[in-house]
Design a protein around this ligand. Structure first.
Ligand code: NOJ
Length: 450
């Protein structure tokens, strides 16, 4: 089905520093928590380590050529904090600055807009051993880093994001399967609170600078849980827990409505999990944003009875690598919720969406990825439907440009439009790459009819 999109609708692709850059020990880069965590045996599938990844640090031209081949309007990346400031605080690494300068120059020459996250999960290890996000000093460390970025790239970046998917920080401190690998829920709740204050402070710093052509926002993923059986109290409670206590609610409420929600407050008090909140924190967190970045992958139905009876191996996890059945229709509900419940009245960009293939399926199968095409087409159809119902969605970024380091799944989960042959450092367009290119072109032709 052909869809008309608004004239200024952006089609892009997304990546992140830790997942593609490699060059982990070059040109003065400091260690990140993922460099260290990935070396703990058993933490990453097949013991994958992100030392080289797609070697993007050395291949700016190659990456930009891939973007040109797709014909995208924008490229979403993230800065590596430990490449810019190796110890997290203190000396700035000029080689790191130069890398992003060169990348941005090449993107500008290609007419591709830049969307950059300040933080995409890769805290400098030097800060982690000082307590990381749980140490309130993180606010000053982060502000210092943000100032360095604004000094060097402020006006170059079209779309700034303070954080990508802050839930990963919660997972890293509470659940243990993301870096830094702690299992301390109370500490994790403190980390999240501090992170939200960092966000607010970054927006305040941005406003002082007055970069007229740049925008700032935050990217929060929404995996909306619904009760499998709407009459089951257990299913309803499970969905509420997953949305409000361990999901998007703990971010969207303070960011857009102010303060913690009643449900979240009650949970924190009842379970002795309340973080230390300083006077004024909630005012700092709730800043006016220029846009909201939605990462959407799937919707989930909670079936408590089924989960109880499942063996440990079968027990459903939080995302769809564990629950492969697709419930994309939940996206319509998500848009409605963002606008009606969270009162989000700024433009929404879908900053990530995509699906993984198993590396084990082999290159031939990975290259003919009809399921990815079908999946993406359906998500774009739902976005189009939302726009025609008055939801202000202004862009779509596919995750990802190429297969890359998929965190705990290592190199086993392939999300790329390009197939990454890591042995030969060859990047081959999958069927979906050609499809995305054609989709963008055909939509562009009719974009301004809307
Ligand atoms: C979420 C993250 O932002 C990104 O880093 C990750 O690779 C994708 N989604 C897929 O899991």
């Amino acid at each position: 089905m052909e869809c008309k999109f608004p004239k200024d609708f952006i089609f892009g692709v997304a990546t992140a520093a830790q997942q593609i850059e490699g060059a982990a020990f070059e040109d003065g880069r400091g260690l990140s928590i993922w460099d260290v965590f990935s070396r703990i045996p058993g933490k990453i599938k097949n013991n994958g380590i992100p030392d080289i990844c797609c070697d993007s640090y050395h291949n700016i031209e190659r990456d930009v050529n891939m973007l040109k081949e797709l014909g995208v309007d924008a490229y979403r990346i993230s800065f590596s904090w430990s490449r810019i400031i190796p110890d997290g605080i203190g000396e700035v690494n000029q080689a790191g600055i130069n890398y992003y300068k060169k990348l941005f120059q090449a993107l500008k020459e290609a007419g591709i807009k830049i969307n950059a996250s300040i933080y995409h999960w890769d805290l400098p290890y030097a800060l982690s051993i000082k307590g990381g996000f749980g140490n309130r000093k993180i606010i000053d460390w982060y502000k210092n880093y943000v100032d360095v970025l604004f000094d060097n790239f402020g006006a170059d970046v079209d779309f700034w994001a303070t954080f990508n998917e802050p839930i990963a920080t919660y997972v890293g401190y509470a659940k243990g399967f993301f870096a830094p690998g702690l299992t301390d829920e109370k500490y994790a709740r403190q980390c999240i609170h501090n992170l939200l204050v960092c966000h607010g402070e970054a927006v305040k710093l941005f406003r002082k600078r007055n970069f007229v052509n740049s925008k700032i926002g935050i990217v929060v993923d929404v995996w909306k849980h619904l009760p499998a059986n709407p009459n089951s109290q257990e299913d309803i409670e499970s969905a509420i827990y997953n949305n409000e206590i361990e999901g998007y609610g703990m971010f969207l409420h303070p960011l857009f409505l102010g303060g913690y929600s009643e449900i979240y407050n009650k949970y924190l008090n009842d379970n002795n999990m309340m973080p230390q909140v300083e006077p004024g924190d909630f005012d700092i967190i709730k800043q006016d944003l220029d846009y909201y970045g939605l990462n959407f992958y799937n919707g989930l139905y909670d079936d408590v009875e089924k989960t109880k009876n499942a063996s440990k191996d079968e027990a459903a996890g939080g995302n769809y690598q564990d629950r492969p059945e697709l419930h994309l229709e939940v996206l319509s509900d998500v848009f409605k919720m963002l606008v009606d419940d969270y009162k989000i009245n700024v433009p929404i960009y879908m900053t990530e969406n995509g699906m993984p293939q198993d590396d084990g399926a082999g290159i031939e199968n990975n290259l003919i990825d009809d399921d990815r095409i079908e999946y993406t087409e359906e998500v774009l159809r739902l976005i189009h439907e939302a726009i025609s119902q008055g939801i202000n969605v202004k862009g779509y970024y596919h995750w990802s440009l190429m297969d890359n380091f998929e965190w705990s799944a290592g190199f086993a989960a392939r999300y790329g439009l390009f197939y990454s042959d890591y042995d030969n450092m060859k990047f081959i367009p999958k069927k979906s790459a050609k499809w995305y290119h054609d989709y963008i072109i055909s939509t562009k032709d009719i974009k301004d009819l809307n």
